[in-house]
Design a protein around this ligand. Sequence first.
Ligand code: DI6
Ligand code: FE
Length: 396
Amino acid sequence: MTLLLTNALIATMTDGYGLIRGSVLCRDDRIAAVGEAAATGAGIGAEVIDCGGRLVTPGLVDCHSHAVYAGSRAGEFEARLNGASYEEISRSGGGILSTVRAVRAATEQELLAQSLPRIDAMIAAGATTIEIKSGYGLTVADELKMLRAARKLATLRPVRVAVTHLAAHAIPPEYKGKPEAYIAEIAIPSLRAAQAQGLVDAVDAFCEGIAFTPAQLEQLFAEARILGLPVKLHAEQLSDLKGAVFAARHGALSCDHVEYVAQDGVEAMAAADTVAVILPGAFYTLRETQSPPVDAFRKAGVRMAVATDLNPGTSPLASLPLAMNMACTLFRMTPEEALAGVTTHAAAALGLRDRGTIAPGQLADLVIWNADQPADLSYRIGWATPHARIFGGQIA
Ligand code: DI6
Ligand code: FE
């Protein structure tokens, strides 16, 4: 199929916004040409969409989510409004472990049914690629169940899914006080099984006082290297455990949250070309006060991505444009940085080069917005909406 988008303001994201007024030509699932060349190259029989001067961007990439889970944590949200802290709730068996109980009790079918409405909300907000983590099973069988459900989603919806193993998300009750045993007996065996079944694209872990230390994660990241899988890390979200330095040493694709990262972590990430994934939803929901060092990342040349971190506990956020608004308003990212953060830098945080920009050869995943300038996507609160989505060169 040949599809020609005409009369558009195209944010190619190849260098900053890389704005071009004109056309985008798609042949099958790839971009064939952009700008003047597109207008002349269409030929007979191309389907044409007149964008009416609207903004066209690459399809948005949500490079960090926990969108597959069961149950709800709305009650916990109220407890926090009444003064309970996230750590207190976690230490008293709530938090992540309450979602673990719900996921263990759910079948794969129930997990999918409960997760699809969230996926639909992410897609409706402009996402064409979504990263989804496991991390609420914490047994070999339940982690594989989550990974299978995440993989299955891409067959049920017009969306691409990158699947990340996050068994090292929390220590389950049956391993209380035995993090090393949990990593050796559950996290690593589930990773090997997932790799053998083609259910994993990357490995992640939660490096924090209420979860795992860098020393406890060495074996897991060493195993990932043996299996040829890239690593990512939830680092310095609530304190500085030098997780970013550890992750950069392992050549991590990204360090995520990074509110408490110090200059040594920033420099280690710059040297390893590790992307900083900014997650304003968790900062907002937890009413945190420590902002990530956005200016230090800029000065060090660390690329910044922005994601929803959609999860039941700290970030029940499904809209990337809303995350962009928060990243600008809360952390002083610029609208241009925020859009790069949900396109080209988000793709880099997943180790993907075939999306996130509008250029010949890239996947023809595009969004035509009800907007006529890129800053609108960050400036608007809750009404930066797609006019149409192009997925693999098809109107979705
Ligand atoms: N950090 C977070 O904010 C989420 N996971 C993590 O490692 C919280 C997940 C949850 O509370 O369910
Ligand atoms: Fe997360």
